[in-house]
Design a protein around this ligand. Structure first.
Ligand code: SF4
Length: 490
């Protein structure tokens, strides 16, 4: 195994603030693509928004798997000079976000590599395995030694276990043992696998690049590298591709209950607007959320502005439906966030303030509708309202293009604890007063699901508290060893 390269120190993710959950992870894989490492790099680069704490690429060449990975943004973690070390036409890559901070983080950067008795494997994961804690304890009691603090490592141990190793459907059997949210790219010396949990929590898609195949969390990565989008990996589907061609099989067990549970937050916030997620263009859905908000919470106002970039699409929709002019009220500094290490809340808040500047020429003396996609803790949004008033806005009306986030996520999204979610303990009116806004309107759950014909196929547990499957009750403290604080590789 290659040693992780600590090419960067842990930093505050650029895209994260107090009012949004942390991003999750992004995957990219290539098979039959000469120069695979460069293609994977470009595919990951298009998905950098899904994780900025670490990144890695593993490539198989002549039966040997080599991996380069490190902390920080992709370009730091896998510098151009190191890509040359990764010759080969098959590989997988990962950009990572997790709740972990501190010195042990390098252990957890993916792809994870494991040397089994019959060869080396590489694994890249997006999601959260809710029974990882119980499985890990069982394997530790049998003598297994874990090298990371992530739930993702469990898959490597299952692939290596004698009971699975001799099974011709080894990868399927290993995945069927896992319960939770997972999209995996898995690579042996001569085969690449793409698999999605039966609930379909996280996206995973495939495309063609020349005669080769590519796999990605989001379609934006497929199109950005010049590949042709083919289709989604279906929930519960395992696709295997090797020199003999491609084969698709179904996981035989549903892993914690039947039924689809696509994470609606992928569409609300995480995915890039130009991606198609669960069959829907993200930008168009967000615009429709803004239109719906204008119907549900109309207001007399002079301009509609977005909190960039997260509120852009919904603000366009609100403006279009209400007939109120769409204006640019905030300017975003895209360079804040990666430059500073922010240990304390105060410093962190100060950096968040530097991220957006209000434009007095636009908002001065105006009744302003501000549209954003979500409120998590509420502290950042409160500062935004004050900033607008200081810039001269006469009224500030907040419109949020999802319902109040009142419950934590157990399926791979880094939300604060329930107590830190402002909507877990405050009514909408109490939140409005805390925000010092003139009015506050959240999109209804009905509005949230209105763009989808298959409404029951979506997880909305962070809004309504009804979790579609078990949330994992194991002793999570066992993941404190050895890779630092408990982390799930989301
Ligand atoms: S609880 Fe919320 S964030 Fe988590 S999977 Fe469900 S919809 Fe997504």
């Amino acid at each position: 195994m290659e040693s992780p390269d600590e090419t960067d120190c842990p930093e505050f993710p650029a895209h994260m603030d107090d009012d949004h959950p942390g991003e999750e992870c992004g995957l990219f894989g290539a098979f039959g693509c000469p120069g695979a490492a460069r293609i994977i790099f470009d595919g990951l680069f298009a998905q950098q928004h899904r994780g900025q704490e670490g990144a890695g690429i593993a490539v198989s060449n002549a039966g040997k798997i080599r991996c380069v990975k490190g902390l920080g943004l992709l370009a730091n973690a896998v510098p151009a000079g190191r890509i040359r070390e990764l010759a080969g036409d098959m590989g997988i890559g990962h950009v990572r976000y997790s709740t972990t901070g501190g010195g042990g983080i390098a252990h957890n950067v993916q792809p994870l590599i494991g040397d089994c008795v019959d060869g080396r494997w590489a694994v890249a994961h997006n999601g959260n395995i809710v029974n990882a804690y119980e499985l890990r304890r069982l394997h530790q009691e049998s003598g297994a030694l874990f090298q990371t603090g992530t739930d993702s490592e469990m898959l490597l141990h299952l692939l290596a276990a004698p009971g699975y190793r001799k099974d011709p459907m080894r990868v399927a059997r290993a995945c069927e043992t896992l319960i939770g949210a997972y999209s995996f790219l898995i690579m042996s010396r001569d085969r690449l696998y793409a698999v999605r949990d039966p609930h379909g929590f996280r996206p995973l898609v495939m495309g063609r690049l020349g005669k080769g195949w590519v796999f990605a969390s989001e379609t934006c990565a497929i199109t950005q590298i010049g590949a042709v989008y083919e289709r989604e990996i279906e929930p519960g589907e395992l696709v295997a591709v090797d020199a003999n061609g491609m084969a698709s099989t179904r996981l035989s067990r549903s892993g914690g209950g039947a039924g689809l549970s696509h994470c609606v937050f992928e569409i609300v916030y995480f995915a890039r607007p130009d991606s198609r997620v669960f069959g829907h263009n993200v930008h168009q859905v967000r615009v429709s959320y803004g239109e719906r908000l204008a119907e549900e919470y109309p207001v007399d106002a002079d301009i509609v502005i977005a909190v960039p970039d997260s509120g852009n699409s919904a603000a366009m929709g609100y403006a279009r439906k209400s007939g109120i002019p769409y204006e640019m009220g905030f300017i975003r500094n895209h360079y804040v966030g990666r430059t500073f290490i922010m240990p304390g809340q105060e410093e962190r808040a100060s950096q968040v303030d530097k991220k957006l500047a209000a434009m007095p020429e636009t908002v001065g003396g105006k009744r302003v509708v501000v549209v954003d996609d979500s409120i998590v803790r509420g502290t950042t949004m409160r500062r935004r309202v004050r900033t607008l008033r200081e810039a001269g806005a006469s009224q500030v009306h907040l419109r949020i293009s999802c319902p109040p986030v009142a419950h934590p996520c157990y399926y791979g999204i880094d939300f604060p604890t329930a107590g830190e979610l402002i909507a877990s303990s405050k009514s909408v009116e109490e939140i409005r007063r805390y925000m010092e806004a003139d009015s506050l309107g959240y999109l209804s759950v009905t509005g949230l699901l209105s763009p989808f014909a298959d409404k029951r196929s979506y997880c909305i547990a962070c809004f309504d508290g009804f979790y579609p499957m078990e949330t994992g009750s194991g002793d999570k403290s066992i993941l404190d060893e050895p890779g630092g604080p408990a982390s799930s590789d989301s």
